[in-house]
Design a protein around this ligand. Structure first.
Ligand SMILES: [Fe+2]
Ligand SMILES: [Fe+2]
Length: 154
């Protein structure tokens, strides 16, 4: 799938994937046999395909790579209880993902918005405010449906 992206984007993605925190996502299941890591990669590549169709700039594509890889960086197994003591996973996890990502990476405001708003409209108070965030939010839904029903990568 990497033939679709530039060498610079590939390097950026490889660098992110080698971070220990991101590697941790491989140990958490998401949809069926697909881990949170697999899902995050699916969302990243699907978002980049949409971005290509819309001829988005290199800068916006880079925001998408960081934001999409970290959008579900909540680092727990949500199957062990959708209703955690501090809230419901669906609404809570973008906030947790942003907190975790912000502690480990230097994020710009658009990358933060991608993570915080990806569940919109479930998180009504945190809407996407840039094209990158709208794209990742859409790609997340496309990938979730494909992964859940077809048990396959996007
Ligand atoms: Fe999510
Ligand atoms: Fe997701």
């Amino acid at each position: 799938m990497y033939h679709e992206i530039s060498e610079k984007e590939h390097d950026m993605l490889s660098q992110l994937q080698s971070e220990s925190g991101i590697m941790q996502m491989k140990s958490f299941p998401h949809h069926g046999d697909i881990t949170v890591f697999d899902h995050s990669l699916n969302v990243t590549m699907t978002s980049l395909r949409i971005a290509k169709r819309l001829s988005l700039s290199e800068e916006k594509r880079e925001n998408i790579i960081v934001g999409a890889m970290l959008h579900d960086f909540f680092l727990y197994d949500w199957h062990e209880g959708r209703i955690r003591k501090d809230g419901i996973h669906c609404w809570l996890h973008p906030k947790v993902a942003l907190k975790n990502a912000d502690e480990r990476f230097e994020l710009n405001s658009k990358q933060k918005n991608i993570i915080r708003s990806h569940m919109f409209p479930a998180t009504l108070l945190h809407p996407p405010t840039c094209s990158e965030a709208w794209i990742v939010s859409l790609a997340d839904k496309i990938c979730a449906v494909k992964e859940y029903f077809m048990k396959t990568a996007a």
